[in-house]
Write a protein that binds this ligand. Structure first.
Ligand code: ASP
Length: 328
């Protein structure tokens, strides 16, 4: 039996305690109608085409799951974006390898890591979620699965990323720059008209990373986590620090305990700062949304922003931050 069916069958038997429609929120024992806040889309950095795509789809009645997938696909296909999808910067050996994950309102999840031959890693991740009994496929297995699912093999290295790679080879210096070049993963969270929440995160990872390196972006709980009863969070920045703090899961759990999305993002970044004495040398950022449609964002270094699309308006919002970039 396909996993989706299995989950549907099991949730049917639990329908008894899902009596509150998802567009309503039970806050302090009061049922609040949240329908006016929805739909809403938020996404890391300033990728307006992606958030507008998702926002318009939601306005036309699309599900949150379809909207997050097709929203982030815009950046995967954007050849100018050197940190997501085709045109992403390669690793030290010249391979472009993609990491992505997706989560549905049912709490189902799919992910691919080290995917080499397909632009739309998020769509392969969605197939993993919907067509297999697994959550994550890696490398050759992910590649084979993509072929089986009908995704044609593509070359992800563009002329311009090859050119930059050749330049990089001259010095082979590995220096993740704060905010730019190496960090531009797109993580997106959408709440649809029904009040249901889905999320996606997709990245080519750190530029000139070691061959085989996988970041936080495809890791459920690190790059992305959501619970349709509580809210969701996505991350961008130095994947190693984000993975070690399981930051997105932490944020959702803090929101469950009553923190606002803003407070929860700040706590998650504080944890990273505390655990990493060299925190001034890298960026880490989270955005989060709760089931009331409240949004929060926090990062280590000034310079990160996110987009919010609501009621036909797309806004780029500078994130709150811990420190201003130290000029060296
Ligand atoms: N988080 C990503 C990674 O470490 C990088 C990024 O956000 O750009 O792979």
């Amino acid at each position: 039996m396909k996993r989706r069916k299995f989950i549907q069958n099991t949730t049917l038997s639990a329908v008894g305690f899902a009596a509150i429609p998802t567009a309503f929120s039970l806050t302090q024992n009061k049922i609040i109608d949240m329908t006016n806040n929805f739909p809403i889309t938020i996404a890391t950095w300033n990728f307006p085409n992606a958030s507008i795509k998702a926002g318009e789809m939601l306005a036309n009645g699309a599900t949150a799951l379809d909207a997050v997938e097709q929203g982030v696909m815009i950046e995967e296909a954007n050849l100018k974006n050197t940190t997501v999808g085709k045109g992403g910067a390669p690793d030290r050996e010249g391979n472009v390898t993609l990491d992505a994950c997706i989560m549905s309102p049912e709490g189902d999840a799919g992910a691919v890591v080290y995917l080499k031959n397909n632009t739309h890693a998020v769509s392969v991740a969605r197939k993993v979620m919907e067509e297999t009994p697994h959550v994550m496929l890696a490398g050759e297995g992910a590649d084979q699965f993509a072929r089986e699912m009908g995704f044609e093999k593509e070359d992800l290295l563009t002329e311009s990323s090859e050119q930059s790679y050749k330049e990089w080879l001259k010095k082979k210096e590995y220096k993740p720059l704060i905010n730019i070049e190496n960090h531009d993963t797109i993580g997106m969270l959408c709440i649809d008209k029904n009040g249901d929440l889905a999320g996606a995160c997709t990245s080519s990872g750190l530029s000139y990373k070691m061959n085989g390196r996988v970041g936080d972006s495809p890791i459920i709980g690190s790059g992305l986590f959501l619970d349709n009863e509580v809210g969701g969070a996505v991350a961008t920045g130095m994947g190693e620090a984000i993975m070690k703090s399981v930051g997105s899961f932490l944020i959702v759990e803090l929101m469950r305990q009553g923190k606002t999305p803003q407070e929860a993002c700040e706590t998650a970044i504080q944890r990273i700062i505390k655990a990493n004495p060299n925190y001034q040398d890298f960026q880490a950022a989270f955005i989060a949304i709760n089931k009331q449609g409240e949004v929060g964002s926090y990062c280590i270094q000034k310079g990160f922003s996110y987009v919010k699309y609501q009621e036909g308006k797309n806004e780029n919002i500078p994130s709150e931050f811990f420190i201003e970039l130290q000029k060296k």
